[in-house]
Design a protein around this ligand. Structure first.
Ligand SMILES: Nc1nc2c(c(=O)[nH]1)N[C@H]1C(S)=C(S)[C@@H](COP(=O)(O)O)O[C@H]1N2
Ligand SMILES: [Mo]
Length: 378
């Protein structure tokens, strides 16, 4: 390329619409899965009023599946997006920069799409590593930009519909004769991208899909590492919860008939055992055996109405996760426990000793540890 010549000439092949379509449709699938599972996660954590009393507690593995898919599809999208950007980057040098108002808007929407997509994948990936090196609050920003990306993506697909249609099938139509010698190269590129997706998936998905845990390479948390073979997101020390002793511990159940229980009294109530996962929003999940008292039994004794919502309050004095709320589906579920034991032992302090909430189909962040109060509106 001669100096000063603009725009540059791209002699490399595969920077064409057919390659862009081939990679783009898989990227589209990854984004669609990621967006829908992200919405599920958002609404389970922050249900709007009309949903708050209806958040389902079944299937028990529901959130584990959707959040596992959310993180896996986001990670798979990284090599796909990289390949897609490589395919189309010569368009950056398109000249003239803008040909019409429509063209300007189209380029602008692609700019929003690329910037938003890179932002979502980067912040999401760092979130799975529990690393928040930015000044804004992750959840609302990640959520808002997701809408921006999906909007720009739908617009992009609509604008490109004719080209996508022309290149979707196995063979390109005669009207768009492409150099046929590109076929093998394109297949090699797609095979390489497929291999990259397979590799990043295989080496990370074991953090939530435990049968593949032996292949874990890059995942920040291994499902077997942690006290009582269960990972910990925030330790008792990190949460500022001092050692809580059995003697001083009290559980307050505040409802129409408020009462207080000591740990011995809690242990003397009927105990149930359930097998339920902790499914962390940050991408890991692991099933465990929990033993404790049914929350619904505790609520009945306080005279709580059947449809009451419940606030679960931790002894942790500050931090975003010290309180969680639960609608009747979860509060009345026979599997929802105030757990005292984990895998046959007393809870480790890092798992919420002496008592923590465990409920089916619920984001890990809402499985409150070091529970000191259950509150129902009087
Ligand atoms: N009080 C309190 N409960 C909490 C948290 C917390 O920081 N404080 N972290 C939550 C998060 S993000 C997760 S994933 C689970 C993890 O439970 P574990 O440490 O027992 O595996 O606890 C939840 N319960
Ligand atoms: Mo979490």
């Amino acid at each position: 390329m001669k100096l000063g010549l603009f725009p540059p000439v791209f002699k490399g092949r595969l920077h064409d619409a057919r390659t862009a379509t081939s990679v783009g449709r898989w990227l589209g699938v990854a984004f669609a899965v990621c967006f829908v599972t992200g919405l599920v996660s958002h609404f389970m954590q922050h249900p709007p009023g009309w949903l708050a009393d209806r958040v389902p507690s079944r299937p028990v593995w529901g959130y584990r599946l959707t959040q596992g898919l959310h993180v896996a599809s986001g990670i798979a999208a990284i090599p796909l997006l990289t390949a897609k950007l490589w395919t189309v980057y010569p368009r950056l040098y398109e000249w003239p920069l803008v040909r019409s108002v429509k063209h300007a808007l189209e380029r602008l929407s692609v700019g929003v799409l690329v910037a938003g997509a890179v932002f979502e994948l980067a912040t999401g990936l760092l979130n799975t590593a529990q690393w928040y090196p930015w000044p804004f609050s992750f959840v609302p920003v990640h959520y808002a930009v997701a809408w921006l990306v999906i909007g720009a993506l739908l617009l992009h697909v609509a604008v490109k519909a004719p080209e996508i249609k022309a290149h979707w099938g196995r063979r390109s139509p005669g009207t768009l004769a492409l150099p046929s010698q590109d076929g093998p190269d394109r297949r090699s590129l797609l095979a390489a991208v497929g291999a990259a997706v397979g590799a990043v998936t295989l080496t990370t998905v074991g953090q939530s899909f435990t049968p593949l845990k032996d292949f874990l390479l890059f995942a920040p948390r291994h499902p077997d590492k942690g006290p009582q073979a269960l990972p910990v997101n925030r330790t008792a020390d990190a949460a500022g919860v001092g050692r809580i002793t059995a003697v001083e511990y009290r559980l307050v159940v505040a409802g129409p008939h408020q009462y207080t229980l000591t740990l011995d009294e809690l242990r003397a109530l009927p105990q149930y055992e359930v097998e339920l996962p902790i499914a962390c929003v940050e991408g890991w999940s692991k099933s465990a055996r929990w033993t404790g008292v049914r929350v619904r039994d505790l609520l009945d004794r306080a005279g709580a109405p059947e449809h009451a919502r419940v606030r679960v309050v931790s002894l942790q004095s500050r931090g975003g996760y010290r309180v969680s709320e639960m609608g009747p589906e979860h509060a009345r579920d026979p599997l929802t426990l105030l757990a005292l034991r984990l895998n046959g032992e007393e809870l480790d302090p890092d798992h919420g000793y002496p008592a923590r909430l465990i409920a089916p189909d619920r984001p890990g962040v809402l499985q409150t540890k070091w529970v000191g109060r259950l509150e129902v509106p009087a």
